[in-house]
Ligand binder design. Structure first.
Ligand code: MN
Length: 700
């Protein structure tokens, strides 16, 4: 049973404490017991005083549930005590809402409990605003990381605080529940994962799952209950393993570790259907690291191992300190068990992550088994794991909170996996599930599903809505891939590379592009677009363009060189641009991310930094792609809108409609690049148009 799961009961019991003992307030009894289990010699005096002060400060305040407010800090502290947090964290945890919500000041906390406790309380007070201070989420989050960066124990308290608030969320309005659940999903769960606090993470996941996906949660719950009614076949497998290990004289504890609801749900999506062995895993706990491998040897000898499931997170620990061996085996009747093998110490770290690391300020190694930890990199400073240092480094460079926020989310998403469902229209095959890295797009889904045949993908629907292939998929999305007929002369365009996150997709696209005849690579996309609306009053090619007036951009350090804006990607201020010197002394500026940039860099050409002139009220060329549902007069309406916005059409191409979908590509001249967002907005408002994007390739 997970440590935290047992806390629900204790949370209530904590308030019903019996007679005082040794001066300890009744209500603190369970906290003290839990704390002593992990830290037998702990001095409970500060805890007692903190409780008394918190209780008197919050007296008269009620939680929304009607319970006295003190029940909340008490429950939060119990969660942390169960996970093995040290005394200072628990002291601060009892006081964590006092400075925010009561008359008590930070100075009073400092005078009474010292600098360290005051520092933690102050950190949590700042974090508190993340939940409810909607004004500037990103800015607050930045503060939150700053607070955490100095001491990760602040985040431990925050996570426990969120867990208790999530447990008691039922009293809130449904919209508020959903809003809080989403922040928990997007920020706190990834942080719990990063900090390695598995016990908090899994419970938070289930609470979020229940709020945001009540129907799936209910269905999963029904499955789990039904499973519990019958004897668990894993019990037989566990017994077989115990026998094998006894015979081999390997001392080990063999337990069954039930999957939490979300894990069962995901596993069901992955497997289609669950067998009776799929509701849990065997957890084998041993004394020494060497015993882990001894256990593995026995399992792989006496049963049939599923080698593909074997992972060694002992030799290569995860970023968040997690260590274990993972494997799976089948017994003689073909029943498969997944297995985790770890030492007791690894187990504690797996459950409690940084919370189990003890007092980061104690350097004398007195904190029980943690002294041997100080030698290896990321683990040497538990207050500041490596990823956190990287984040703080970023945040000092990020130009604004929003950029920082976006980067942070990306970083948190990095190690996560999403599951999507794919089905082809008209296909008789059942829908399949795909596991993709977070951030994957429809392009990735196409290649994951079809291998090199992903080239034939011409569009996608996500949750029934037609969308661009660049769309980033989210966990649980239902994706319908629209495929061109087999043998059709279709193929990926270079901008797919910008949208492909998985190596498999990127490799396939590169290979295809390299096999194509020379430039322009984008033009090979078939069926061949039909050029329409030939450039009315402009010459079809203007080789002096970009050089005929003062260039809109200037090459750093080479102000005399004319800068031309590349035709392939038509950069517009304020796009980030990269230059390359070309024959004749000019510099061509490409959009950052243009396929040509990668090609030039790969062929060893040195980039030249280029910046836009501040005065750049430059006329510019831009290529836009409009994705729309086909309808009569669409083309006329679009070109009219473009004209009304003051832009001139230089080239236009319309691809033949597919699946009622049409793609128009326009290369336009704009008198002022600053008008571009307004133009794109106006085009999006044309009925039938569902997206307008900057294209990576010009209209032919
Ligand atoms: Mn709180």
């Amino acid at each position: 049973m997970s440590a935290v799961r047992s806390l629900r009961k204790l949370g209530r019991a904590a308030l019903l404490g019996t007679a005082p003992r040794g001066g300890l307030p009744n209500a603190l009894e369970h906290v003290a017991q839990a704390h002593r289990r992990h830290h037998p010699g702990a001095d409970l005096d500060a805890l007692s005083r903190a409780y008394v002060l918190a209780e008197s400060s919050h007296r008269g305040q009620m939680r929304k549930s009607g319970e006295p407010y003190i029940t909340h800090p008490l429950a939060v502290t119990l969660i942390l005590a169960e996970l093995g947090a040290e005394t200072t964290t628990l002291t601060a945890s009892l006081l964590h809402d006092t400075v925010e919500d009561t008359e008590l000041t930070l100075d009073q906390v400092r005078a009474e409990f010292g600098e360290e406790v005051a520092y933690l309380v102050d950190g949590v007070t700042k974090l508190e605003k993340v939940d409810y201070g909607a004004a500037a989420e990103s800015e607050t989050f930045r503060k939150m990381l700053l607070a955490t960066g100095n001491d990760v124990r602040v985040m431990s308290i925050k996570l426990a605080d969120r867990l208790h608030n999530m447990r008691t969320l039922g009293v809130m309005r449904p919209e508020k529940q959903a809003r809080i659940a989403k922040v928990t999903r997007d920020v706190l769960i990834p942080l719990a994962e990063r900090l390695g606090v598995q016990a908090l993470k899994t419970e938070l996941e289930d609470l979020v799952f229940e709020i945001l996906h009540p129907e799936e949660h209910r269905r999963t719950d029904v499955l789990i209950r039904a499973h519990r009614e019958a004897p668990d076949p894993l019990e037989e497998l566990a017994e077989a393993v115990r026998g094998v290990l006894r015979e081999a004289r390997v001392g080990a504890e063999v337990l069954i570790r039930p999957r939490h609801h979300l894990s069962v749900h995901r596993y069901r999506l992955k497997r289609g259907q669950l067998g009776p062995c799929d509701f849990g895993r065997l957890l084998i706990l041993v004394g020494e690291e060497a015993d882990c491998y001894a256990v593995l040897g026995e399992l792989h000898t006496c049963f049939t191992p599923l080698i593909s499931e074997f992972k060694d997170f002992i030799a290569v620990p995860k970023f968040n300190l997690y260590q274990s061996l993972h494997t799976a085996f089948a017994d003689s009747s073909g029943r498969v068990a997944e297995v985790l093998v770890r030492t007791h110490r690894m187990h504690r770290v797996a459950e409690a992550g940084v919370i189990a690391l003890g007092d980061p300020h104690r350097t004398d190694g007195a904190d029980d088994a943690e002294a041997d930890r100080d030698t290896d990199g990321e683990r040497a400073d538990p207050t500041r794991p490596g990823w956190l240092s990287r984040l703080l480094e970023w945040q000092s460079h990020a130009p604004d909170p929003d950029t920082f926020w976006a980067e942070l989310r990306d970083d948190l998403a990095q190690d996560r996996e999403i599951t999507v469902f794919v089905a082809e229209p008209g296909s008789t095959a059942d829908s399949a599930t795909l596991h993709l890295p977070a951030g994957a797009t429809c392009v990735d889904a196409a290649y994951a599903r079809h291998g090199a045949d992903g080239h034939r993908c011409v569009g996608a629907r996500v949750d029934g809505r037609l969308t661009t292939l660049a769309t980033v998929l989210r966990d649980g999305d239902a994706v319908q891939l629209l495929m061109a007929a087999e043998g059709g002369a279709s193929g990926p365009s270079p901008d797919w590379l910008e949208h492909a996150r998985t190596p498999a997709a990127r490799l396939a696209i590169r290979r295809w592009l390299e096999a194509q005849p020379e430039e322009p690579a984008g033009g090979t996309r078939a069926p061949e677009p039909q050029a329409v609306e030939p450039a009315a009053d402009e010459p079809p090619r203007d080789d002096r363009e970009g050089a005929r007036t003062e260039s809109a951009a200037v090459a750093e350090g080479l102000p005399e060189r004319p800068v031309r804006l590349a035709r392939c990607c038509t950069p517009v201020p304020p796009d980030p641009v990269i230059g390359f010197a070309v024959r004749g002394g000019a510099v061509t500026a490409h959009r950052d991310g243009c396929a040509s940039v990668a090609r030039m860099a790969a062929s060893g050409r040195d980039p030249v930094p280029v910046r836009w002139r501040a005065s750049a009220r430059a006329s510019c060329r831009v290529t836009l792609r409009a994705e729309a549902f086909g309808r009569p007069h669409l083309l006329a309406d679009l070109t009219e809108t473009i004209a009304v916005q003051g832009a001139a059409v230089l080239y236009a191409a319309v691809e033949p409609p597919r699946q009622q979908r049409v793609r128009h590509t326009y290369t336009l001249r704009l008198e002022d690049a600053a008008e571009l967002p307004a133009l794109m907005r106006a085009m999006r408002e044309v009925p039938g148009v569902y997206d307008v994007i900057r294209a990576a390739q010009p209209a032919l």
